[in-house]
Design a protein around this ligand. Structure first.
Ligand code: MN
Length: 276
């Protein structure tokens, strides 16, 4: 797909979203961004072929195999979009609040199972399966774990644009029957809720946290991302009035980023450092 469509839809002088750029180094991270635009949805993105292959999932992913989630394929996004969290200004494409709901790495699974179980495959197999419309992946996220299938619904519905896929959890140890996505309403990067990211909450609480924000981040692997988010938030306005930093919140509630596993840190940091 490339990034032409991404570029066409955006005015980069007006949106804080990153510019289009195809990466030469291929990584295997994934991100789920909760996006309150005209309709609330979750953007599911797989780093693949130097871009983020992207789907909008209205109900969000589920760890219950009984849930077959509609996933509308949208334009490829640049890899630098990976940790985008913030506000897309009104009047721009996708205007609204974006939260990083989950991050991690993914593995392609081979189309051939071994004794009924999925086994790791290659990047080439993943590309072929994506093209074929039957992609099997294994996710290692903070919230999403285990094997998933992505099935392209090849224009079965009249009037379909051919962008409809299903995202389905496969049976394995990470299944959660009756999974409720609403139980997880904070950013895995900053610990913030959608309201906090959107800046609708009283600034008093935030102001009181400012001192703590000056302290060291408890998750050094996130320093780049946090600094970037902080910079975006502060803008050109008087810094005394600016919204509180991410690290303050993460420190205040004592969870969020601190719960990220060590292996994941290594995997994610390596990649995000390069583009910084
Ligand atoms: Mn979206």
């Amino acid at each position: 797909m490339g990034l032409e469509e991404y570029k066409r839809k955006r005015r980069f002088e007006e949106t804080p979203e990153p510019p289009p750029k195809v990466e030469k180094k291929i990584g295997h991270r994934f991100v789920v961004q909760k996006h309150r635009a005209s309709h609330l949805h979750y953007d599911f993105r797989l780093e693949m072929e130097g871009v983020l292959k992207s789907w909008a999932v209205p109900k969000g992913p589920s760890l219950d195999p009984a849930d077959k989630r509609l996933a509308m394929q949208v334009e490829d996004h640049p890899v630098s979009y990976f940790d985008f969290e913030g506000i897309i200004p009104e009047g721009n494409y996708g205007a609204g609040t974006v939260m990083v709901w989950d991050v991690g790495t993914w593995e392609p699974l081979s189309p051939q199972t071994v004794e009924g179980k999925y086994v790791p495959g290659t990047a080439a197999e993943a590309s072929a399966m994506l093209k074929k419309g039957d992609l099997k992946i294994r996710l290692h996220g903070e919230r999403l774990k285990g094997d998933f299938a992505m099935i392209h619904m090849k224009g079965r519905r009249p009037g379909s644009k051919g962008t409809e896929w299903l995202l389905i959890k496969k049976h394995d140890d990470s299944v959660v029957a009756g999974y409720d996505i609403n139980e997880f309403d904070t950013s895995v990067l900053s610990g913030r809720t959608m309201v906090q990211i959107g800046g609708d909450e009283g600034s008093a609480e935030w102001e009181s946290n400012r001192a703590a924000a000056k302290g060291k981040s408890k998750a050094p692997w996130l320093a780049d991302t946090l600094a970037k988010l902080d910079k975006k938030k502060s803008g050109t306005k008087d810094s005394a009035n600016r919204k509180p930093t991410i690290s303050a919140k993460a420190g205040a509630n004592g969870k969020s980023s601190a719960t990220v596993s060590t292996t994941k840190k290594a995997a994610l940091t390596g990649k995000s450092k390069k583009k910084a």
